[in-house]
Design a protein around this ligand. Structure first.
Ligand SMILES: NC(=O)c1ccc[n+]([C@@H]2O[C@H](COP(=O)([O-])OP(=O)(O)OC[C@H]3O[C@@H](n4cnc5c(N)ncnc54)[C@H](O)[C@@H]3O)[C@@H](O)[C@H]2O)c1
Length: 259
């Protein structure tokens, strides 16, 4: 059964979560995915590469479903040693026209659910005296991006939760960190761009390194934070994986002149 390397990935059906599940499987983790629909392609890819994976279909805002999932994972694979809180939703609207129901839903998925998952799987890690939790926040958790009041607040909150859990659980062997991706070419970006509020050039011109992040960029950083041998003393950090976005205060013509 258990090699002791068991990673839970939320939202592993597509995008960053799928690539993260695959990379962690390549590094010897047994994988448990939770998503709104069965992640058939992710499961097939992991199994074809010789890995072990299971999946559970549920909404991560359902607390009873999370507790059930935690018990399923323990029974099928063993206690979790890694949790990647990746599932999230975006919401693009001017603050003054953001409905309270939309605001609450974004907080439920992006901030409350990661807390519930951290409780359920963090307890398994605390019992074992070891573990690593990685919360997928965003550049929008470090800076305010216009027209994303709910999303920004949720990701800023997720970084606050990360620091708090790191302080509470670090002394019991459980590290908690956040990764803050810049814009990544996933289904989320395609759907957001379809709303007409930005395009590829807007992003590429804003990033010092002149490109989108790839799911691979984010997955490799998550795998680094998941690995006790590679990041044993990194705890409570929010690591930007953004090609320099949050470091760069240049105006656009100055940035582009340096390319
Ligand atoms: N794409 C980007 O540019 C970008 C940038 C910074 C941060 N992020 C963050 O990275 C994470 C993954 O983003 P992505 O671009 O891969 O998104 P995506 O929309 O492509 O995939 C998200 C996955 O999460 C699942 N999911 C959503 N709500 C769920 C729920 N309530 N219960 C269970 N599963 C649910 C979806 O079904 C989907 O499989 C998100 O937290 C997002 O906020 C994305």
């Amino acid at each position: 059964m258990s090699s002791g390397k068991i990673a839970v990935v939320t939202g592993g059906r597509q995008g960053i979560g799928r690539r993260t599940a695959e990379v962690l499987a390549e590094r010897g983790f047994s994988i448990a995915i939770i998503d709104l629909a069965m992640p058939d392609e992710a499961l097939a890819a992991i199994k074809a590469a010789g890995g072990t994976a299971m999946a559970h279909v549920a909404d991560i805002t359902d607390e009873a479903a999370i507790d059930q999932f935690a018990e399923l994972v323990r029974a099928e694979l063993g206690p979790a040693s890694v949790l990647v809180n990746n599932a999230g939703i975006s919401h693009i609207a001017a603050a003054e026209s953001t409905a309270s129901a939309d605001y609450r839903r974004v907080l439920e998925v992006n901030l409350v659910a990661p807390f519930l998952l951290a409780k359920a799987f963090g307890q398994q890690m605390l019992d074992a005296g070891r573990g690593s939790i990685i919360n997928v926040a965003s550049v929008a958790g470090l800076l305010g991006v216009s027209d994303r009041a709910a999303y920004n607040a949720s990701k800023h909150g997720l970084i606050g939760l990360t620091r708090t859990l790191a302080a509470e659980w670090g002394g019991r062997g459980v590290r908690v960190n956040a990764v803050c991706p810049g814009w990544v070419k996933t289904e989320m970006d395609v759907a957001d761009q379809a709303g007409g509020s930005y395009n590829d050039a807007d992003i590429i011109n804003r990033v010092p390194m002149g490109r989108f992040a790839s799911p691979e960029d984010i997955a490799n950083t998550i795998a680094f934070l998941a690995d006790d041998a590679q990041s044993p003393f990194i705890n409570g950090q929010a690591i930007a994986v953004d090609g320099g976005w949050t470091a760069d205060a240049s105006w656009e013509s100055l940035r582009l002149r340096k390319r």
